[in-house]
Design a protein around this ligand. Structure first.
Ligand SMILES: [Zn+2]
Length: 414
C-alpha cells in the first residue's frame, strides 16, 4: 500500500505537536463539553479524558512520505472486487456485502478511478447511515468529474454503503443496528458485523486515506465540518488538505469506520454536512469543494481546486440541551457566531404557553443545531464550537465518546 502523500501546507491548523494534557478542573466545562450519543435521553454525562501519555510532549510530528513525488515508474492496475482497473480508466463496480439479505441479493455501486500516474488511493464512503443523502451526491459529483488521464493515484467511492437502510429511508440496518458501530466487523458476527467486515476487507484495506461522509441525525443539521482525532498527526495533516472547512477535534467512537480505519493505519476523517433525509445543495457543494481541494493538496490532481483561508479548528464543543419540553424555535442559524449569553432559541410549551429561553454558555460558533421541532427535556439543541486560544489544553477534551450499550445506539452524527 502506498504511503499517503501530502504536501506540507502553511501550518495554521497545526495540532500535530499539540501536547495532550489532563483535562482542566473546571467542572462546569467538563460537564458541558460532553456529548452523549443518545440524543433522545438525558443521560448522565460521561466525561472521558485523554490519557496524558497518549502523545508525548516532545514527540516530533510523524513525517509523511510524499508518494506522488517519490512514486516511480508507471501506475499499476488497481485490483478491486475481482476487477482489474487499468491506469487511466474509470469503472463502476458492484459490491455485495452479503450474498443474500432478507432472501434478496443486495449490491451497491462502487466507483473507481485509477489515474494514469502513480500515487495514493483516496476512498470516499457515504450513507453508512442510510438516510444521510448529501454524501451520496458528493461522491457522485467528485468521482464523475475526475479525469483519469490527469489523476495521480486512485479514488474509490462507495456512495451508498448501507443500501438496506437507504432503501427504507432509515439510518439503521433492518435489524435496527447502527452499522457505524461495528467496524472493522466480524466474518461470522451479526448482520451488521458481517457487512462491516465485508466493506472493510473488500474495499477499505485498499485505501491510503479515507473520508467518510455523514450528516446530522434525527432532524439535526451540521455546518459542513471535518471531525478528526487531532491527536493523530497523519489525521491532522489530512484535515489540513480540505481548505476552508471547519475542523472539530473529535476522538472517534469505537466501532465507527473512522476509528477502525485509523487503527488499521489508514488516516480517516468524517465530513459532516447538513441533516438527514434531505439533499441540501449548498452543503453538497461545500463538501465537494473540500474534497476536490484535498485531491489537489494530496498532489493527486493538479489545480483542480484550491481553497485557501482555513477555518478555525475547534478543539472543544458543547451541546446545549433543552431543560423543558415543547416547541423549539431557533434564533440562530448554522454558522452563526455567538457570544456567551446570546439567545439561541426558545422552547414553548404548547399547552401552558410558557416559554423557556436557551442561552449560549460559551462564545463560539453554531456548528450544529436541531431543526425547529418538538423537543423533550434533555434534547440536544444547539452545538457550539468553542473558540479558545489555549490549544494545548483544549485538545484534551473529547467531544463524542460513548461506549456501545446495545444494539440500538443513537448518535449525534457519525
Ligand atoms: Zn451518519
Amino acid at each position: 500500500m502506498a504511503c499517503l502523500a501530502l504536501l506540507l501546507l502553511p501550518v495554521s491548523l497545526l495540532a500535530s505537536e499539540a501536547a495532550v494534557v489532563p483535562v482542566d478542573a473546571d467542572p462546569d466545562v467538563q460537564e458541558l463539553t460532553t456529548v452523549d450519543s443518545d440524543s433522545r435521553s438525558a443521560e448522565t454525562p460521561v466525561v472521558e479524558e485523554v490519557p496524558a501519555d497518549t502523545v508525548a510532549v516532545d514527540e516530533p510530528p510523524v513525517p509523511l512520505a510524499d508518494a506522488v513525488v517519490t512514486a516511480e515508474g508507471q501506475a499499476a492496475p488497481l485490483l478491486l472486487l475481482d476487477a482489474e482497473i487499468m491506469p487511466g480508466t474509470a469503472h463502476r463496480l458492484s459490491w455485495a456485502a452479503t450474498e443474500l439479505f432478507e432472501g434478496v441479493p443486495v449490491s451497491t455501486p462502487v466507483l473507481a478511478v485509477n489515474g494514469a500516474m502513480p500515487g495514493p488511493t483516496l476512498c470516499l464512503t457515504a450513507a453508512v447511515h442510510g438516510d444521510e443523502l448529501n454524501g451520496i451526491e458528493m461522491v457522485r459529483r467528485v468521482l464523475h468529474e475526475i479525469p483519469p488521464s490527469k489523476l495521480s493515484g486512485a479514488v474509490i467511492g462507495v456512495p451508498i454503503v448501507n443500501v438496506q437502510g437507504f432503501r427504507r429511508g432509515s439510518r439503521y440496518l433492518p435489524d435496527r443496528r447502527d452499522l457505524n458501530r461495528y467496524f472493522p466487523g466480524k466474518l461470522n458476527g451479526s448482520a451488521a458485523a458481517r457487512i462491516a467486515h465485508a466493506l472493510f476487507t473488500d474495499i477499505i484495506t485498499h485505501c491510503d486515506a479515507l473520508v467518510d461522509l455523514h450528516t446530522g441525525s434525527f432532524e439535526r443539521a451540521n455546518l459542513p465540518q471535518i471531525r478528526a482525532d487531532l491527536r493523530n498527526p497523519d489525521v491532522v495533516t489530512l484535515t489540513q488538505g480540505f481548505g476552508s472547512m471547519v475542523v472539530l477535534h473529535s476522538k472517534p467512537t469505537t466501532g465507527t469506520l473512522r476509528h477502525a480505519a485509523t487503527l488499521a493505519g489508514i488516516p480517516a476523517v468524517t465530513v459532516e454536512a447538513g441533516g438527514p433525509s434531505q439533499l441540501e445543495l449548498a452543503e453538497v457543494k461545500h463538501g465537494v469543494k473540500g474534497i476536490e481541494t484535498l485531491l489537489t493538496t494530496l498532489g493527486m490532481l493538479k489545480k483542480k481546486r484550491f481553497w485557501g483561508d482555513p477555518e478555525p479548528v475547534y478543539y472543544r464543543s458543547s451541546w446545549v440541551r433543552a431543560d423543558n419540553g415543547g416547541i423549539l424555535l431557533a434564533d440562530v442559524s448554522l454558522g452563526s457566531t455567538v457570544r456567551k449569553g446570546d439567545l439561541l432559541g426558545t422552547i414553548t410549551d404548547p399547552m401552558s404557553n410558557q416559554s423557556t429561553k436557551l442561552y449560549s454558555p460559551y462564545a463560539g460558533r453554531i456548528i450544529g443545531l436541531a431543526r425547529n421541532q418538538v423537543v423533550m427535556p434533555g434534547f440536544a439543541t444547539f452545538h457550539v464550537g468553542i473558540e479558545t486560544d489555549d490549544v494545548l489544553q483544549e485538545v484534551a477534551h473529547d467531544t463524542e465518546q460513548k461506549p456501545i450499550t446495545g444494539g440500538y445506539v443513537d448518535a449525534m452524527s457519525e
